[in-house]
Design a protein around this ligand. Structure first.
Ligand code: NAP
Length: 344
């Protein structure tokens, strides 16, 4: 039994589950230097994966990540093959092109870590199916990953050999789910009139949690494992759009956007922040069933924080994030907005 917790680092988790990383093809979205996905990719790279696929919207950023990974591998480590994939989650047509590119690779993806995300954006929309305008956090943090994941899933689950380990999808959500759920009847915030950035972020991250539940429920028979998680509070580039007054979370920053130590937030290092992703992606201690009582094992569809299952907290704070009806409602809405149905 591993004694993982708040201060555990990604390297410690990866060391413990090195055998599960070895030989796998792992796709990570949003591995920009200075971010959690970058640290995750860096950490995994030294454990002999079959292939790493780094997906992001800028090829030059992806190249910088690749060079940094390859130049800092521990001595004696075999450099893993690293593929770079242009993926812009704000553009659903481009998401389709990216998925097509991945599906044409010889390798099939074993583990998909949907890490890319944005927060703190001012009001704005991007285009969904049929030219519909969709609020940008919902588009980039939820609809883009929803479409990308569903387009990759057939190969991820169907090409699994009889004895192979189960494919996994990890949705990097946020504890920010506490600041608002999915507004099923008004996901566009009265077309911007009722817009509050932190609630838009919360809506998209609540959607990540519900999406993991749906994936677990719909694809458990095909052997898929799906998890969602909060990485912790880590000072990364993601806060570059965030205005303190927009955040409306007391204690995070002072008026000059400097970090404060006296608030409710206990900050993690990047290495600590990447730990829960690595655990969700590779921990072999899993239960086979959906939403059954559990102690230390991961059950399919679980939500994690600090390298531990946090379903009880979710249940008491936001019970609708465990509601299968809401998960299905979101699935249907998402299908409508991306213009494609996914039946499993
Ligand atoms: N940091 C925290 O405290 C915290 C807390 C809770 C949850 N999270 C979650 O953790 C994940 C990683 O965040 P981070 O803190 O590491 O932030 P980050 O360093 O800004 O990383 C976010 C990544 O998402 C990418 N991205 C943004 N828009 C995209 C788009 N349209 N298409 C494709 N990729 C896009 C960014 O690419 P560019 O470099 O091109 O912008 C970047 O690679 C996010 O899902 C976030 O919501 C973070």
């Amino acid at each position: 039994m591993h004694n993982f917790g708040y201060e555990t680092t990604a390297a410690e988790v990866a060391d413990a589950f090195s055998n599960q990383i070895k030989g796998k093809t792992i796709l990570i979205t949003g591995p920009t230097p200075g971010g959690i996905g970058y640290t995750t990719a860096h950490t995994i790279a030294s454990h002999n994966p079959h292939c790493l696929i780094l997906a992001g919207r800028s090829l030059s950023t992806l190249s910088a990540t690749k060079s940094s990974i390859l130049s800092s591998l521990p001595q004696g480590t075999n450099p893993p093959p690293i593929k770079l994939l242009v993926l812009d989650l704000a553009n659903l047509e481009q998401v389709r092109e990216a998925a097509e590119e991945v599906n044409a690779y010889e390798e099939k993806v074993d583990v998909l870590i949907n890490n890319a995300g944005v927060t703190g954006l001012g009001w704005g929309t991007g285009e969904a199916a049929g030219g519909k305008g969709v609020e940008k956090h919902f588009l980039i943090n939820h609809l883009g990953p929803f479409l990308f994941t569903n387009l990759l899933l057939p190969r991820m689950v169907d090409e699994r050999g009889e004895k192979a380990e189960r494919a996994r999808v990890v949705m990097v959500a946020s504890r920010g789910y506490r600041f608002g759920g999915v507004r099923f009847d008004d996901w566009n915030f009265e077309n911007g009139r009722a817009y509050v950035p932190v609630q838009a972020y919360a809506q998209s991250k609540s959607a990540n949690i519900l999406c993991a539940l749906s994936l677990a429920e719909k694809l458990k028979g095909k052997g898929l494992l799906a998890y969602s998680l909060h990485p912790g509070s880590i000072w990364t580039n993601i806060s570059r759009h965030t205005k303190t007054e927009d955040l409306r979370l007391p204690g995070w920053t002072d008026q000059n956007r400097n970090l404060t130590d006296n608030g409710n937030v206990k900050w993690k290092t990047l290495e600590q922040g990447a730990a829960t992703q690595v655990l969700a992606a590779f921990d072999p201690n899993i239960e086979g069933e959906f939403l059954k009582p559990r102690l230390h094992l991961l059950a399919n569809g679980d939500y994690l924080e600090d390298c531990a299952v946090r379903m009880d907290e979710l249940k008491s704070i936001a019970p609708r994030l465990l509601d299968k009806g809401d998960a299905e409602r979101l699935w249907k809405l998402s299908e409508e907005l991306v213009g494609q149905e996914f039946d499993y």
